[in-house]
Structures are given as C-alpha cells and as structure tokens.
Design a protein. Structure first.
Length: 532
C-alpha cells in the first residue's frame, strides 16, 4: 500500500503556500493548521504547568541524591509514557479511523472495545512485572547509585507501577477523541495530570517526603484518564469484548514492537544518558533531568503539535497515492520546523543560562546547579531540529508501512548515542551526555533522509535554502544580544528583553528574505481573517 514511485517532478514556480493547490486542498491545510493551533495552545498550558511542577520540585529536591532517585523513576515514566501512549496512537489510530470511515461509528467503537480489553490486560501484566522486578530494574537503569539511593528508587518504582494501567487506557480514549476531531479533549489530560503532583509537593512533602511525590504521580495518571471521559459524547459505551483474534487486532499486535521502540527512542536516549550520569558525581542525573525538560518544552510546544496534527493527513495521502500533496506537505513541515526550531537552538547559547536561572534557581537549586544545567540545555537545544526530523520521518515510514525502517532508525539513534556518551561523558560530564543525544539525532536523521528518497521526492535544495536563511537571520538577531545584554543585571529582564528583541529581529529578517514559511504563515493568517 502507498506510493511506490518517488515523485519525479513538482512545479516549484508557485509559492509554497499554493503549489497549485485547489480550494479543497487549502481547506485541508487549514484544517491541519487549526488542529495544530489547538494542540499548541493546550501544549503551552501543559508545559507551563509542567514548569510549575519542576520549579516546585527543584526547590524541594535540588541536585541531591534523593532528587536523583525521584528523577530516575520520573525518567523511567518519561520513557515508558511515550512508548506506550504514542505507540498505541501510531497503530490504533489508522485502524480505528479506517473502520470509522468505512463501517461507521458502531463498528469503530466495537474495535475500540477489543483494543481496550487487550491493552488493559497487557498493562496490568506489565505493571505487575514492573513492581515485582523493581529491584533489578533499578540496578539496570541506575548502576551508579549507592545502596541507599538504589533501595529508595526501587521502592518508588514499585509504588508507582499501577499508573501505567491508567496511562494506557487514557491513550486509547485519546486516539478515539482525535478521530472524532476532539483534539482539545485528547490533549487536555496533559494539563490535568500535573495538578496532583503540585498539590502533593506543596502540602505533603514536609510530612511524607519523596513518598508524597510518588503518590502525586499515581493520582495524576488516574486524573489523566478521568478528564477525558466527559468529552466522549458520540454514544460510545464500553463493553467487555474478549474476541480479539481479528485481522485488525493481529495487525496492531504485529506493529506494536517497532512502534514502541520508535516512539520511545527520544526518551530511551535520555534514560541512557541518565544511566551513564548515575556513574558521575551526585546531582548529574538531576541536572540532565532539568535540561531535558527544557528541551522537551520546545519539542512539545511546536514539533509535537505539528506532527500530531499532520500524521493522519500523511497517512491519508499515502493511502490515496497522492504524491504531490504528500511531498508538498512534508516540505512545508520541514521548512516550518526549521524556521522555528533553529533560532531557538541559536538563541539558547546567549539566553540559556538566564532561562535556567529564572525557572529553577531557588531553594536547594543554587548557582552552580544553574550553570551546569544551562550548559547541558544548550547542548540538548543544538539537536532540536534533528529530533523533530527524526520523529517526522518515523511517521512517514509508518504511513508507508515501513515499520522495519523506523526500527532501524531508532537503533541507529540509540546505538550512536551510547557510543558518543561513552566517548564524551568522562571529558564533559552532563554537557557531553546532552551533546551525545543531539549528535545521535543528526546521524539518525541523515540515514532517514537517504531512505525516504526511495519513497517520496523532496526538493532538498530549496529546503536547504530555507535552512540557510533561518541560520543567517538567527545569527544576525543574536548579535545585539551579545553586545547589550551583559549591561543588564537582572536575569529576568535579560531573558525578557533578549527574547523579545531576538524574536522581533528574527521574524523581520525571515519576512524580508521572503522565506517560504513566512509566506505560509501570511497565507494562513489571511484565510483566518477572511473566515471571520
């Protein structure tokens, strides 16, 4: 299934916004943009809530051994959550959407009940094994912890293991909501899940210590599920269905291993970094955690929103053998990600330390922790675009049914990260581990670009022109910051003034350069104004 020949020729004379698209195509593009906008708004709120959590926890935990134990179990969750949630989304969404389109709501919901039974049963087994083997798991992921810290971490893993049952069931419901165009409903869970952890830290940490935070994680996972249920309004009713030996279920089962691996590649990379960090000085795991959280803000705020909204359309274009629409959409996504993510990477070199100080430096999180975290964040930020490309091309592989290619790219990313960590950690500490992650995405995305040339033709010359324009604009926008920001004493004022001035100069330059992404943004804005 899908496109069997690469696109040989596309008319490039028209702007990126048009490409000769019909009104129907532009409506589809606007639909993707609207979905992206909704996901982006919810993601902003979610990330703000996440940073409130991190700021509160930083004040209580700092860069300590107890903090290392907590952030290690948090790191395990951050690996397993995307593996389970996104993995289920990748394999369940196409099957549910296809059944919904061809056979109607009742049959689609019947398939959902089969999936819920299968995934819930698997999640119960998984959670039980996680609790039973919490000790060996801790020894595996944190070999450098001392006995006391390792024992604490194992107990925390055991206590929090049931949360994966709620996470998996919530992921199935979220996929159903997206197929019914309820993007807000499918994403609002990411905000609600933070509230119990904030409450646990502020009200109960002094009484119960880190155990209160474990309870907050567990309750947060339950809240993640409960907030979705009121939005399911199309007449769906859950019914136990044990008949899971169907072609659709077998197809999902066959794709799950590669989907789990590909979906968790980002977080597996971070976890590997934390495993090696556990062998470094105390506090290194915490430093990597704070830095990776900052990186994930920018990934979550933009690239994840674009990829979530565009994946159903990519799969549809592949299924319809619509070569022109697919190549056009992919080029727009790549150029738009470059135009937004590259300036963040470059600006972080100047504003990274102020950002860390404003967000985290209070309580037990001192100036030394801020300095180390900011360097690690800068190294993570260098790979923002490559991380986004890695996720995009994995989606393309799945749309073409090339699960093996997605798995190979994940192995390349993780394997190169391990090698680079071993080479760089002893010389550069936490910064070397963060840089290893960025370089591993660069290596893997280069391999993906080579593989996708056999599936769809993209005009990489024009894409590279966009990248060069973005880099030149970013470098020009950063020069005034280097000259004038040292004159300001306050980190907060430096961050605000630097961010506003950098953004103003950068976007002015990309519009003067007439980048294709700027034309896309203008076109979407004009259409929205016409609609109103």
């Amino acid at each position: 299934m899908g496109i069997t020949k690469p696109l040989k020729y596309i008319n490039r004379s028209s702007p990126l916004l048009d490409f000769g698209m019909s009104t129907k195509d532009k409506t589809k593009e606007t639909s993707i943009a609207n979905a992206t906008f909704v996901i982006l708004l919810v993601a902003i709120a979610s990330k703000l809530a996440s940073f409130i959590v991190e700021a509160v926890l930083a004040a209580f935990l700092g860069a300590s051994a107890i903090g290392d134990a907590y952030y290690m179990i948090s790191g395990i969750q951050q690996v397993l959550y995307p593996m389970l949630s996104v993995g289920i989304w990748k394999v369940f969404l196409p099957q549910y959407e296809k059944t919904l389109s061809l056979e109607g709501t009742d049959q689609a919901d019947a398939l959902a009940n089969k999936a819920l039974f299968a995934f819930t049963a698997a999640s119960i087994l998984f959670s039980a094994l996680l609790a039973i083997f919490s000790g060996p798991i801790t020894a595996l992921v944190a070999p450098g912890f001392d006995d006391q810290t390792s024992s604490l971490c194992a107990k925390l893993v055991c206590i929090t293991s049931p949360m994966y049952i709620f996470i998996i069931v919530s992921s199935v419901y979220a996929t159903m909501l997206q197929c019914h165009n309820q993007f807000f409903a499918s994403q609002v869970r990411e905000i609600a899940t933070h509230a119990p952890l904030i409450i646990a830290a502020l009200l109960f940490f002094d009484l119960f210590g880190v155990w209160a935070l474990a309870g907050g994680l567990l309750v947060g996972a339950l809240v993640r599920l409960l907030v979705e249920i009121p939005f399911i309004k199309w007449g769906y009713r859950f019914r136990l269905d044990f008949h899971i030996n169907t072609p659709e279920m077998r197809s999902m089962a066959g794709q799950m291993p590669s989907a789990l691996l590909a979906s968790g590649a980002d977080q597996i990379t971070i976890l590997v970094n934390k495993i090696i960090a556990s062998m470094q000085v105390a506090g290194t795991v915490s430093i990597l955690n704070y830095a990776s959280k900052l990186q994930n803000v920018f990934i979550g705020l933009f690239s994840s929103a674009v990829l979530t909204a565009s994946y159903p359309r990519i799969a549809k274009y592949v299924g319809n053998n619509d070569e022109l629409a697919l190549s056009t959409l992919l080029e727009k996504i790549i150029c738009t990600m470059a135009i937004f993510l590259l300036p963040i990477s470059i600006a972080s070199f100047v504003l990274g330390e102020d950002l860390v100080v404003v967000l985290f430096q209070r309580g037990a999180f001192d100036a030394d922790a801020s300095a180390a975290t900011s360097i690690a964040f800068i190294c993570y930020a260098a790979g923002l675009l490559f991380s986004a490309l890695f996720a995009l091309f994995n989606n393309v592989f799945y749309a073409f049914g090339k699960a093996k290619s997605s798995m190979v790219s994940s192995f390349i990313s993780m394997g190169s990260n391990v090698v680079l960590c071993i080479l760089l950690a002893n010389f550069f500490g936490a910064a070397g581990l963060a840089l290893s992650a960025s370089l591993s995405y660069l290596i893997a995305s280069c391999w993906q670009i080579f593989k996708t040339r056999k599936l769809v033709h993209l005009n990489w010359r024009e894409i590279l022109v966009e990248v060069v324009k973005s880099v030149v604009s970013s470098c020009a926008a950063i020069l005034p910051l280097i000259a004038f920001l040292p004159l300001i004493d306050s980190s907060l004022i430096r961050l605000l003034a630097g961010s506003v001035s950098f953004a103003a100069i950068y976007f002015l330059l990309i519009f003067l350069f007439k980048t294709r992404s700027s034309k896309l943004l203008l076109g979407l804005a004009k259409r929205r104004l016409k609609v109103r």
